[in-house]
Design a protein around this ligand. Structure first.
Ligand SMILES: C[S@@+](CC[C@H](N)C(=O)[O-])C[C@H]1O[C@@H](n2cnc3c(N)ncnc32)[C@H](O)[C@@H]1O
Length: 373
């Protein structure tokens, strides 16, 4: 783990010590596998269930495609969880908007019934209606996307009233947790840094306090330019996959990294009743490089190495098991083979081996996962 992330990990460990110990052990194993096992890897530390491509918002910085088509049924999802429970990963529920999947609450209860750590990343528009269910489900972490105060958030998310709806939901969660003396779910606010909010990030501090949040993370923007995407095509050819899903992220960040750095430094220099982080936790030089250099992390011989496909996996609504969110490369389909059979198959080993040789792909240059491990 990069040293700069150690502080963040340590603070998380204090809140969830058992979980942190398990993460540390698994991550150590993955680092060793990366170094010595020629593309094979121990089962991943985290599995993201991408429940649906449907979303009830159209956020300005979000490049996700909104594919339609069948989604995994409750029976499929339970069978997947049964298989995953053999190696106990952290499960993240993601989308689109995961709460739009009809089985979302039932699935959380099922995952928690297996004693697996479960986190959901949501825009929280539906939290108010399901607050009681959420607390009762045993969900460990509720990660809520919030990009500013009402004025800023609603503009970015393209929905007037969204902020007030979310805050009503979070206050309800806080009240139910207090009534039931439940410490779960931890509420983590996640703010994506964009040109629309980077000069006003401090407004989130008051919001986090009002919401009773346990933590607030400022998440650097994922983006890339068209030339980089064009260079990605050579890798796509070798792998026989497409990187078309990166298209939506091909835009200029229009963020002045000097101003952003000063803002973040000021915010992080104070203490609060909740944890505050920048993710990835860049130094000033790294932050400027990230926003100013089109190749950032994945350019040339000084490229960073991406370890994500050793540590994380994604299962999509159509059942495809993939190493990354925005490449079409798949290890296979969960409806035909179990995850535990797919994880080290030929396609998985081929992907990891090719990636390791290159360290990272061109399109990975501003993917925040590249800087995580
Ligand atoms: C894509 S959404 C999916 C889950 C859910 N609908 C939500 O809004 O939280 C997950 C997170 O990605 C963030 N996001 C969207 N576009 C992004 C980008 N270009 N760079 C970094 N994060 C982004 C969102 O702000 C949100 O916090």
């Amino acid at each position: 783990m990069p040293l700069r992330n150690a502080g963040r990990f340590f603070r998380k460990s204090l809140r969830q010590p058992l979980y942190a110990a398990r993460v540390l052990a698994k991550r150590g194993r993955s680092y060793i596998d990366y170094a010595i096992r020629d593309g094979k890897s121990a089962y991943p530390e985290s599995v993201t269930l991408f429940l649906t491509h449907r979303c009830n918002l159209r956020c300005r910085m979000c490049g996700q495609a909104h594919y339609t088509g069948p989604e995994l049924s409750m029976d499929n999802l339970k069978a997947i969880v049964d298989d995953l429970s053999s190696f106990h990963p952290n499960i993240t529920l993601f989308g689109g908007e995961p709460m739009l999947h009809e089985g979302c609450m039932e699935l959380i209860k099922y995952i928690k019934g297996k004693g697996i750590h479960c986190l959901m990343i949501t825009n929280a528009l539906l939290v108010e209606d399901r607050a009681k269910d959420i607390v009762e489900s045993g969900l460990d972490e509720l990660n809520v996307s919030l990009d500013g105060d009402a004025g800023i958030h609603d503009v970015i998310r393209g929905m007037p009233g969204a902020f007030n709806k979310i805050m009503a939901g979070l206050k309800k969660i806080k009240a139910i947790k207090s009534e039931t003396k439940s410490s779960k779910p931890l509420v983590n606010l996640q703010c994506t840094i964009t040109k629309y909010n980077y000069k006003n990030l401090e407004s989130l501090l008051r919001v986090a306090s009002e919401a009773g949040a346990n933590s607030l993370t400022f998440h650097n923007l994922i983006f890339l330019d068209r030339e980089t995407l064009a260079r990605q095509k050579d890798c796509d050819k070798v792998l026989g996959c497409s990187s078309d899903d990166w298209e939506g992220f091909a835009f200029e960040p229009e963020i002045d990294p000097q101003v952003l750095h000063e803002k973040i430094e000021k915010i992080l220099s104070d203490s609060y009743p909740f944890a505050v982080d920048l993710y990835p936790n860049f130094s000033r030089r790294e932050l400027i490089g990230y926003y100013a250099n089109p190749e950032a992390g994945s350019g040339g011989p000084s490229s960073k190495a991406c370890l994500s496909p050793w540590i994380a996996a994604y299962i999509f609504p159509d059942g495809e098991v993939k190493p990354c969110l925005n490449f079409s490369y798949t290890f296979g389909n969960i409806m035909k083979e179990r995850f535990t059979e797919l994880w080290n198959n030929d396609k998985a080993v081929r992907f990891r081996s090719f990636l390791k040789k290159r360290k990272a792909f061109p399109a990975c240059c501003h993917c925040t996962e590249l800087f995580r491990y």
